[in-house]
Ligand binder design. Sequence first.
Ligand SMILES: Nc1ncnc2c1ncn2[C@@H]1O[C@H](COP(=O)(O)OP(=O)(O)OP(=O)(O)O)[C@@H](O)[C@H]1O
Ligand SMILES: [Mg+2]
Length: 234
Amino acid sequence: MSWILELAGVSLSYADGRARRRVLAGVDLSLSAGEVVALRGPSGSGKTTLLNLAAGLVLPDAGSVRLNTAGGVRTVSGEDEAGRAACRRDHMGYVFQFFNLVPTLTVRENVLLPLELAGREALAERALARLETLGLGDRGDDFPERLSGGERQRVAIARALAHEPALVLADEPTGNLDAANAANVAGLLWQEVRRLGGALLVATHDEAIAARADRVVDLSGGAADGVADRAAGG
Ligand SMILES: Nc1ncnc2c1ncn2[C@@H]1O[C@H](COP(=O)(O)OP(=O)(O)OP(=O)(O)O)[C@@H](O)[C@H]1O
Ligand SMILES: [Mg+2]
């Protein structure tokens, strides 16, 4: 099976006063087409950091991040800022932990923004239909500040899927949702990843999400020892 995302020997530490705090060390992780991998680990274990590395928002101190899509193989970590932005625009959708909706755009405009950036306006109808699926069909004209946390989270999910990216990165995408909405979101994410033949890397504390993943990668117990990769639920 072809791969979509590959992290090889990825290490990252942050400056911490005069010292450096190591967050990830020698992480190897590969996602195949159609695969869903759940990232678990306690707060501060590096889940968001790993997603940011995959997205090219943060560069590793060592190792590489590569992306394999219809556009060919790109070494995300070797691209300059414009190149990394282009990788995200064309091939990645990112559901941020704190949503990062554009406050001056309506819900509908937020969802359509990735299509404008990628020049893929033909996907608009399907993108807006996801708002319906997520129970927000009547909120298109609202600005983000008028939405609840869970509503914003669902807009962020619709936005991440809008341009139908090969790689979806989702940071605790059900963290603000009740069980019914969480199940609905998971259903949509899984369905789209399979339909697009893409891959989903999802950081989550939600047992139901982890149980549905093809694989669980656990960052607890010190990423300094590398990623302990283990099968989900046997
Ligand atoms: N920009 C930054 N500068 C310095 N340290 C950072 C930065 N971003 C993250 N860290 C540190 O890296 C570690 C991992 O953070 P990260 O946000 O990846 O954790 P997480 O697993 O996503 O946690 P949570 O479950 O709380 O979201 C933390 O100790 C954090 O303080
Ligand atoms: Mg996080």
